[in-house]
Design a protein around this ligand. Structure first.
Ligand SMILES: Nc1ncnc2c1ncn2[C@@H]1O[C@H](COP(=O)(O)OP(=O)(O)OP(=O)(O)O)[C@@H](O)[C@H]1O
Length: 273
């Protein structure tokens, strides 16, 4: 179990002709075993933050600590799943899992690795597709495999960047249930940081939701989700408490949208006048 300490992170991208102020003074502590979602308008720096935590890009200011260690580069404590899948396209479904298990459990025998890989395929209902390559699977199946592979990797921290963004509503619900099932049935209670645009998804999945403001991305509010687990989707979404929480998050997000739409309108008026 490892916590994540996001310490005063700012990020400015410098391109040939401009500077983009992507993140400004982000401070956040995510506890071991916690599920935290980040929600915010497009371009507020959510993916930038995930990439900084994963050690893929270096921030302009501030640092990330995972447990006692400063993050300088990608490392095996942290696994990342992106929207456009995170599998090896040249390996079958079984081989993708086998490879992950073999590389993170050096003391397992070949028989144990095989059993574990087959068990993972069974849990996600893809036993029949063990010899299929990612391109031969549907979007939902591919993402199931990517999530399953993430758990097989046995990392302590999972960073998920809109992993179900490309799925239809039904598949999305199914995947949310699978994610929570795998997370809660794991032995070591991993820490999850989850990026989404979907307010309902963030409430259903999270212990806390971090709402961000647009350019530069700052933390606007951190919301504790009061609902006990396991959560019953039907009961939850019908409750008054849920609806008021949902309205609160939506109003935080639309406030910023109004400001940016007004700015856009002002610029268009200037252009056409
Ligand atoms: N490599 C880069 N070089 C220059 N600017 C970048 C780079 N990556 C991101 N940006 C800019 O930084 C800002 C934040 O981008 P980022 O992708 O982190 O936002 P986001 O909140 O994840 O967006 P979305 O929800 O649309 O995926 C945007 O203005 C984007 O154009």
């Amino acid at each position: 179990m490892l916590n994540i300490d996001i310490n005063n992170i700012s990020m400015i991208y410098e391109t040939k002709d401009s500077k983009v102020n992507a993140l400004h003074n982000i401070n956040l502590e995510i506890n071991s075993g916690e599920f935290v979602s980040i929600i915010g308008p497009s371009g507020c720096g959510k993916s930038t933050l995930i990439n900084i935590i994963a050690g893929i890009i270096k921030p302009t200011k501030g640092f990330i600590k995972v447990g006692d260690r400063k993050v300088e580069n990608p490392n095996s404590d942290i696994s990342v799943v992106f929207q456009d899948y995170s599998l090896f396209p040249w390996m079958t479904a079984y081989d993708n899992l086998h490879f992950a298990i073999k590389n993170t459990n050096k003391n397992l025998t070949e028989k144990e690795i095989k059993e574990k890989a087959l068990k993972h395929l069974e849990i996600i209902g893809l036993s029949k597709f063990s010899n299929s390559f990612p391109k031969e699977l549907s979007g939902g199946m591919t993402q199931k495999l990517a999530i399953s592979r993430m758990f097989a990797l046995d990392s302590k921290i999972f960073l998920l960047d809109e992993p179900f963004g490309a799925l239809d509503a039904l598949n999305r619900i199914h995947m949310q249930d699978l994610l929570i099932y795998l997370w809660r049935s794991g032995n070591n209670n991993q820490t999850i940081l989850y990026i989404t645009h979907d307010v309902d998804e963030s409430i259903f999945l999270s212990d806390r939701i971090v709402v961000m403001t647009p350019s530069p991305g700052k933390i606007k509010e951190i919301i504790e989700i009061p609902f006990k687990r396991p959560r019953n989707r039907k009961e939850l979404t019908g409750s008054k408490e849920y609806l008021s929480l949902r309205n609160h998050i939506l109003s935080l997000l639309t406030e910023d949208m109004k400001v940016s739409l007004n700015k856009q309108e002002e610029q268009m008026r200037k252009y056409y006048d």
